[in-house]
Design a protein around this ligand. Structure first.
Ligand code: SAM
Length: 254
């Protein structure tokens, strides 16, 4: 079976060295931290790839199972874990499979928190995976989704002066992402409904990369702490958060 993520793996990883990647990583990590229900949590990171969430969580004392169907991505996770202290690496395990199969393999209701970041945009329909994510969480456990925001697809091309794309994107539900693949957007409303049908209630949502999304390819700047402070305020404040490139929903399993 060909791993469809082989060609994208390098870009997924390199992205975190850019301003846009660093903003996303820092904001989402902080938002997850704020909502984790317990210390030393049992976390399942579905589509966890090379461990950009898993490793910081393990460093903070949490135990993380990374579920991912891409061997290429899990190889990168293993390589990254080699550079971690043994106690941190020991808190991360990985399983090669699709998230849809995870409840049957790992058992339902076993996790304090289930993360699925940057994955739904690659699926034609998010419902099966979201059902599996909610099943993996224990009652009162957290489900964290990071998805592309279908409500604001015109903003990036407009701010970059790509006016034809901007006009097209007002009616689009998918567009070419930064890594060159066409990916699909969801809305806060649609994912709230999908989570509700799966048995989880949204407790908070954030807009991610409201102010810096159009600055493709730029490096992290010396004033990054201020950039982050501004993005943090925008992430949680209307109307700014509504036009974030990504939406971050935090839900609780009933
Ligand atoms: C853009 S990467 C995101 C990696 C990581 N979550 C992050 O935010 O840095 C997308 C990941 O989703 C994985 N993936 C794709 N389809 C999946 C599925 N059905 N179940 C679980 N993971 C999936 C891919 O293998 C890839 O590692």
């Amino acid at each position: 079976v060909t791993d469809p993520y082989v060609d994208l793996a390098e870009s997924f990883v390199d992205h975190y060295a850019t301003l846009r990647g660093a903003v996303r990583q820092a904001l989402v990590a902080e938002q997850v931290h704020d909502h984790l229900p317990v210390a030393n949590a049992r976390v399942c990171d579905v589509g966890g790839g090379a461990g950009h969430q898993a490793i910081p969580l393990a460093r903070a004392g949490h135990h993380v199972v990374v579920v991912d169907p891409s061997e290429e991505m899990l190889d990168r996770l293993a390589a990254a874990l080699d550079h971690q202290p043994a106690a941190v690496a020991a808190r991360v395990t990985s399983v090669l499979m699709a998230g849809e199969d995870a409840p049957a393999q790992l058992g339902a209701g076993g996790f304090d928190a289930v993360l699925c970041h940057g994955v739904l945009m690659y699926l034609d329909d998010p419902r099966d995976l979201v059902h599996s994510l909610v099943r993996l969480a224990r009652p009162g456990g957290m489900v964290s989704l990071l998805a592309k925001n279908a409500s604001a697809l015109a903003l990036r091309p407009a701010l970059q002066g790509r006016w034809e794309d901007a006009v097209t994107n007002f009616d689009a539900v998918a567009d070419v992402g930064n890594l060159g693949a066409v990916t699909r957007g969801d809305t806060v409303e649609s994912l709230t409904d999908v989570l509700d049908a799966a048995g989880a209630d949204v407790v908070a949502w954030y807009g991610v990369r409201v102010l810096t999304d159009h600055r493709t390819g730029e490096p992290v700047e010396p004033d990054f702490p201020l950039v982050l402070e501004a993005e943090k305020r925008a992430a949680a404040t209307d109307p700014y958060r509504q036009v974030g490139r990504l939406i971050h929903l935090v839900a609780s399993r009933r």
